[in-house]
Design a protein around this ligand. Structure first.
Ligand code: GAR
Length: 562
């Protein structure tokens, strides 16, 4: 230190008096966000929130964090900080809402090189506004003064949201089945993603002054670009109240292709109907000015939909009415498809899931009912006969999904008609990892037993091991004769007739690592008649299959019951 020059914290860049004044100013701002769950802080080291025992029986805490990104640069440039805090809250709260949670608390972190009373108070005021919109109490925050760390007059923001959801009401991809509808709720513009590209498109200030509107638009460009992200709390509340909401996606970085698939099971797909929602003008202008490809636009921006809901079709209209009743618009924009991937389609033509007794929906809540997966490669008549047995109450099981390695197999069509999730899974859909994808699907549907009915693939040793003694197959002959590789369908009956055997029949056996060698659970004899063709014999055998399989499964799945 030289001569009389005294070094203190202020000289080093941190003004404690100013910080005290800042805290004095933002105290009432934070207080304005109090909710019925707020508590008077005991001491002031941490924020507290009360969980109301009357509101939640089994409360689950949900936590999210996010920032605003380079949209901040536009706030610095325009000096308008009045919406940036809403963006901050929205980014976390919207992520939290898609779990079905109610936001209850928020904390912020503002970091800057030098505290600026006016600007930074405006930021906190806008955070408080976001909190009020989302029903969160602003229970804490940190303003970090880091001299020389950030460029002059710049700051960064981070936010943390806490929510609560009743455990049994968590929205999850697990609830989604093929045929569910997708409803899109409009965004309020660009929200808080893609701003590196936005700023690049409009970087020439001579051409694009922020205080002037773009051609054909009314508001100045700066205001359009700084429009705060919409907080979807009221929309989600209306949708939850209407019932039928299964899952939801907040459309942020990555756009619809990057976010909607996160709201559905991996083995299902998405069909989006072209032109089914209005794309706001700002996106069109950005695409034109930047000469940006369509695909790039859709994977960078929300393109007019900030929140997407996956809804049971029978509740979709009630849900839309509930949203519209609250003054919010909503568009039916597509459906969940049995084939994985995201496709654009010309018209709305979803399959109609029927929630029959053997479908997964009707029985989802029951724990006593074993959940079975039926695997087949062909017409699926055995699957149908199992469904009929379930409908008659003869077989106490739920077919939680039907899986085929053949996309054209009629068994998938039958499943869809009955509202059963129909999954096509093969080397084509999952190159190199078919077997682990199959395991994932079985896990996803919480399968208790696997029922093979004309499935032309060998199960992997891992699956056989995991479901040992809980995998069944039906074979159209009396094993151990006429079994093994290549012995399926009509080949079996041809071999029986060629051999001159006077009896054939049906075998239900457990599946082990080899072909048709597992423990035989039941057999039924079918007489070979003089003049039988393979088709004639097959028809009589099949009739017995339909009568035998459900009986054997009922016994095997409920040992000990009468
Ligand atoms: C059934 O006949 C079954 O026994 C046979 O495939 C047919 C499937 O018909 N399975 C085998 O040959 C196994 N080796 P389905 O699709 O109408 O149920």
């Amino acid at each position: 230190m030289k001569g009389s020059e005294r070094l203190d914290y202020k000289a080093a860049g941190v003004d404690i008096d100013l910080a005290d004044e800042f805290i004095r100013r933002i105290g009432p701002v934070a207080a304005s966000t109090r909710t019925d769950l707020s508590m008077d802080a005991i001491g002031s080291f941490a924020g507290m929130i009360r969980l109301d025992g009357n509101r939640w029986r089994e409360p689950v805490l949900v936590a999210c964090t996010d920032g605003v990104g380079t949209k901040l640069k536009l706030a610095f440039e325009t000096g308008d900080h009045s919406g940036i805090g809403i963006d901050l809250v929205a980014m976390s709260v919207n992520d939290l809402l898609v779990t079905g949670a109610t936001p209850v608390a928020f904390l912020d972190y503002l970091a800057t090189s030098r505290l600026e009373l006016e600007n930074h108070t405006a930021v906190i005021e806008s955070i408080a506004e976001g909190c009020r919109q989302s029903g969160c109490a602003l229970v804490g925050g940190e303003t970090a003064e880091l001299p020389g760390f950030y460029s002059a007059r710049e700051y960064d923001l981070a936010g943390f949201a806490l929510g609560v959801v009743e455990k049994s009401e968590i929205l999850s991809p697990d609830n989604v089945i093929a045929g569910d509808w997708i409803i899109g709720i409009p965004s309020d513009g660009i929200h808080s993603n893609g701003y590196s590209l936005v700023r690049k498109i409009f970087e020439d200030r001579n051409r694009f002054p922020l205080d002037q509107p773009l051609r054909g638009m009314k508001e100045p460009l700066g205001r359009v670009l700084l429009k705060p992200t919409r907080i979807y709390r009221p929309e989600l509340a209306a949708a939850l109240a209407a019932g039928g909401l299964k899952s939801a996606a907040h459309i942020t970085g990555g756009g619809i292709p990057g976010n909607l698939p996160r709201a559905i099971p991996k083995h299902l797909g998405i069909c989006l109907v072209e032109h089914s929602w209005p794309v706001p003008e700002i996106f069109r202008q950005m695409q034109d000015i930047g000469e940006i490809e369509d695909q790039e636009m859709y994977r960078t921006f929300n393109m007019g939909l900030g929140m997407m809901l996956v809804v049971s079709p029978d509740r979709a209209h009630a849900l839309i009415q509930s949203l519209e009743g609250g003054g919010y618009s909503a568009h039916v924009v597509g459906w969940i498809d049995a084939e994985p991937g995201l496709r654009r389609v010309k018209k709305f033509d979803p399959p109609t899931p029927v929630t029959g007794k053997c479908g997964s929906i009707g029985t989802r809540k029951s724990t006593a009912i074993p959940r079975i997966a039926v695997l087949g490669s062909g017409r699926g008549s055995n699957m149908e006969s199992l469904c009929e047995a379930i409908d008659r109450d003869d077989l106490h099981a739920s077919i939680a999904c039907v899986i085929s390695n053949n996309s054209k197999a009629f068994i998938l069509e039958r499943a869809r008609c009955r509202g059963i999730p129909a999954v096509h899974l093969s080397g084509k859909t999952h190159p190199g990892n078919e077997s682990s994808a199959l395991q994932d699907v079985l896990k996803h549907y919480r399968i208790d037993a696997i029922v093979l009915a004309g499935y032309m693939k060998k199960l992997s040793p891992e699956i056989v091991e995991e479901y040992r003694d809980r995998i069944f197959n039906i074979h159209p002959a009396l094993l151990p004769a006429f079994g093994g590789p290549g012995m399926y369908g009509m080949n079996v009956h041809r071999a029986v007739l060629r051999s001159g055997a006077v009896f054939s029949g049906v075998t239900v056996h457990r599946v082990d690592e080899d072909y048709d060698t597992g423990y035989i659970v039941a057999q039924r004899v079918v007489q070979v008649l003089p003049g039988d063709s393979p088709e004639m014999l097959a028809a009589r055998v099949l009739k017995q299959e339909h009568d035998l399989y459900w009986r054997v499964l009922e016994k095997a799945l409920h040992p000990g019951s009468a």
